[in-house]
Design a protein around this ligand. Structure first.
Ligand code: FES
Length: 232
């Protein structure tokens, strides 16, 4: 399985919160908490936290689901030199997840998330269960009781896109017709091609795309409950 093609994520270059203090070695100690790869994250998926530290041995990591009103310790005695740590899995949906790292010798030396992380509902797709997704042009439809229907499309460059099956006209669920390779809306007849682009109205927009997160260590594609309007 070529995992490179499944990299959907871009590094964000948002601001960073850092606090510095003086160490006993006359070098300024510092902690910088780096922003996550995306500003949304699937509930239930491990989350990587990364930082830069100078003059710090061990840190404590705290989590707040409500923008800093309340905190819980999620990691202790973590080597600052390591520079990263994986939180098993956030278990609650929130728009205001923030993190704080603190020097265990001096908690006044700490750094917080520069912006809240949104933790959203998501459906995990174990890609090894769908070998057909290795074929360019393949369309795999998922109809799950607890989640809006979606389809995973294998693009010409072998990457994967996830399209919502909710019609962009008035919200009916479109059906995939493998013989014609069109998504057809049963309500008013809109037609979308195998890339989700509108081919016949009344819909005048492509099918929405789902935000995704690829968990490389488990080969899981998390389909997040967040829709993006991308062009065709
Ligand atoms: S809801 Fe799909 S064409 Fe109207």
């Amino acid at each position: 399985m070529n995992t490179k093609r499944r990299v959907f994520l871009k590094h964000l270059t948002l601001g960073i919160v850092g606090v510095a203090a003086a160490s006993c070695e006359d070098l300024p100690s510092s902690l910088v908490l780096l922003p996550p790869l995306q500003n949304i994250h699937p509930v239930g998926a491990p989350l990587d936290l990364t930082w830069k530290a100078l003059g710090v041995k061990t840190i404590t990591i705290a989590y707040s689901p409500n923008g800093g009103e309340t905190w819980e310790i999620i990691g202790q005695q973590i080597s600052a030199k390591k520079g990263f740590w994986t939180w098993d899995a956030p278990s609650e949906i929130t728009q205001f997840a923030i993190f704080r790292i603190s020097d265990e010798r001096d908690s006044t030396l700490n750094a917080r998330s520069a912006a809240p992380l949104q933790i959203v509902a998501a459906f995990p797709v174990l890609l090894s269960d769908y070998p057909s997704l290795n074929q360019i042009g393949h369309v795999e439809v998922f109809e799950i009781a607890s989640f809006n229907a979606f389809a995973i499309l294998t693009q010409d460059d072998n990457s994967l896109k996830v399209k919502s099956l909710t019609c962009t006209h008035s919200g009916c669920q479109v059906n995939w017709e493998a013989s014609s390779r069109f998504f057809l809306c049963p309500c008013h007849g809109s037609v979308f091609n195998d890339k989700g682009c509108e081919m016949a109205g009344p819909a005048d927009m492509p099918l929405y795309e789902h935000a995704t997160y690829y968990q490389a260590d488990s080969n899981i594609l998390w389909v997040m409950d967040r829709l993006l309007q991308n062009g065709c």
